[in-house]
Design a binder for this molecule. Sequence first.
Ligand code: PLP
Length: 380
Amino acid sequence: MKVYFDNAATTPLDEEVFETMKPIMLQTFGNPSSTHAHGREARAKVEYARRTVAELLNTTPSEIFFTSGGTEADNTAINCSVESYDLKHIITTEIEHKAVLETSRRLEAMGKVKVSYVELDHEGHMNMDHLNQLLHGHNGRSLVSIMHANNEIGTLNDIGAVAGLCENYDAIFHSDTVQTMGHFAHDTKNLNCHFLVGAAHKFHGPKGVGFLRVCKTKKIGRFVLGGGQERNHRGGTEYVYGIVGLAKALEIAYRDMHDHERYIRSLKDRMIDGLKDRIPGVAFNGDIRDGHSLYTVLNVSFPPSEDNDMLLFNLDINGISASGGSACNSGAVAGSHVLNGIKADINRQGIRFSFCKYSKPEEVDYVLEKLVEIMQPVTV
Ligand SMILES: Cc1ncc(COP(=O)(O)O)c(C=O)c1O
């Protein structure tokens, strides 16, 4: 049996999405910037997709910028807000995705900003009092970049509460929503977050396309220089069929969200119960409680064992794809900055299993069976 439990790294393309993209790939090949009929047809597809995304997020099309994915959207939100507002302070956490951490650290290394990190507890929750202190302690406007759900451990942040605090200090708020976009109903009218991001491949859309939502009260400059695409902010011919696929994937995700959430949650619970029953000493990294945890992600902390280093490898040879960290670490045993950030026990191996609408209960059972075999000491 082959089992793919690495859906936080990327998800399989939905066939309905593929069917929507296919005619665009084959027939709508015009350049959206061309003014002739072929170009206008492609332009119409891009703008229809933009409208679809905007409606789903309860925002306006002019607030949606298509990008190459989550990384570019995060980089843009941070770089552009620091530049546009001449910000000198970024507040974030040690367990953000590298797209946020590396961008913030580079700005700090260039002497443009100081980066402050909000204290975390051992489950990855932020200390809101400390966030308040950091905002209060800076003389000037700050950029706060706090992810919605952590991609490795699944712990959710209350971004509504963060937005409220940011409002009190007139801070700019960016949330890396890559892991929750398509899995939670983001409603921008009820969330005072200035920058939100999405990556289509995390919700059964194509790879290499994402978006940045910039609240209309905030301005950003040009972030890719070239032609006048994306309302003169991001030059480059649009990835038309990718953009169409992204919008279709998000539409499906919103349409079926409740059913998928219930179903995926049941798989995660099955895995948690099975692990507790069958692996003595098993624990979990992050907060696994409903409502505090991303339902697609389960980070398992295996008890110390000499073979721990081989766990991912052994799963792999049994046909099971899981992850030892974020996608950058899939299949590798590189230390996880997230597990380090929450001070997880270094003698225990953390493995992320992540599920999607195509995952099956029998796959959970197979993984449990194999884990029991792998964890069992060999007797000669
Ligand atoms: C939380 C988070 N942010 C950003 C990214 C980067 O997205 P992309 O791979 O589309 O660039 C990822 C992808 O793993 C992620 O999980």
